[in-house]
Design a protein around this ligand. Sequence first.
Ligand code: PHE
Length: 465
Amino acid sequence: MTQSNSASGNGAAASRGLWSSRLAFILAATGSAVGLGNIWKFPYVTGENGGGAFVLVYLFCIAVIGIPIMMAEVFLGRNGRHNPITSMRLVAERNLKSPVWRISAIVGMIAAFVILSFYSVIGGWAASYVGHAATGDFTGGTAESIGDLFGGLLASPVQLLIWHSLFMALVVMVVSRGLKGGLERVATILMPALFILLLVAVGYATTTGHFGEAVSFLFTPDFGALSINSVLIALGHAFFTLSLGMAIMMAYGSYLGRDVSIARTAVSVALMDTVVALLAGLAIFPVVFANGLEAGAGPGLIFQTLPLAFGNMPMGSLFGTLFFVLLLFAAWTSGISLLEPVVEWVEEKTGLERSGSAVMVGVLCWALGITSILSLNIWSDVTPLGMFARFEGKTIFDLLDYFTANVMLPLSGLLTAVFVGWFVAKESLKTDLALDGGAFQLWFNLIRFVTPIAVSIVFVYNLMS
Ligand code: PHE
């Protein structure tokens, strides 16, 4: 590790450990970024929003808003060298600003905890679908039989609980082993594996005879199909897919060596995340088109449309299994990153061992997840905020999703951008980011003006609509 001549904020570094290399950080951060958002959500929102034009807007949002915020978060973590909340307080104090700014990390960490509670439930679906695919449950399936399979899973609290518990256990197991033995090790094995599986899946998609159709769907911009709403969705998704606004990149940045370029690293992570999303599209749409299925099928695309296709094509069981293993790996590394910030905080605040902190936070989060499970069946009529028109019919699961995605993430991201752009000394940013003049000025303008304005627009729009 080349961790010697460190400047400010590196005091605790020696004892808390650092990523062993820039690549280790990139793989772990990419593991966080690449998740259900890339493989499940990106293809279906692209399908619903007309394809190519949406992809272009999305790429623009990643570059202009996603990357600058990611840099700001990694900067805060590395400069503070503690859990996200303490890091933000320290950076604020060093800049003679109010420690109240740490609210941004607090909101982000609560969001991470809540999101993990239901992310684990969905991760559990992926795990259960590995089993279904492998045992040939999709074979010869009809829309009805595949629909029943999914419906049956959601209707069974016991099945859901088993898979949710398994997924959470996988996450806790890794986080409890710490940075090098846990997070880093899993990322360096799973991310290359995920890339290979994805390439195999794309290779398979080229044999369906509908690859060209998928390419033109994804890359031929039809601006007529693009609405204001699509633009906002693209921006929101850019945020979610890069795991921003959840204190994750702060936590991961807190273990980053000072000799590593934050800008280059953030660009690499964003690039890999985007490549995975596009490859997932190239793996999924040819299969969808080959079977005459609906590209804009919505959230059911992965759990209903695709299994139908897998069940009716040559070697479908094999490739179906492979596909859901891929999804499970992607969800697993993201789950790990959701647990890490909170565990880092508990560990530093209570002096508990890492493994004890991980188990404690994991159990609490698992318990909260049960409310999402019950929302899908026994409590499907329980709508705690149903008296307000806008929340009518929303279950607890829906509400947790709504408040984290539409309120907490943008709020945390907005505060982070404003704090870093307006309240941290420019000199300190220059030193830490080590960018040359023009590049620095570009980033600085983006984080000061463009990002806060764009995030505010989405924020207000989502609250109003
Ligand atoms: N970035 C992940 C994805 O695209 C989602 C995620 C959100 C992961 C929050 C971790 C935290 O699926």
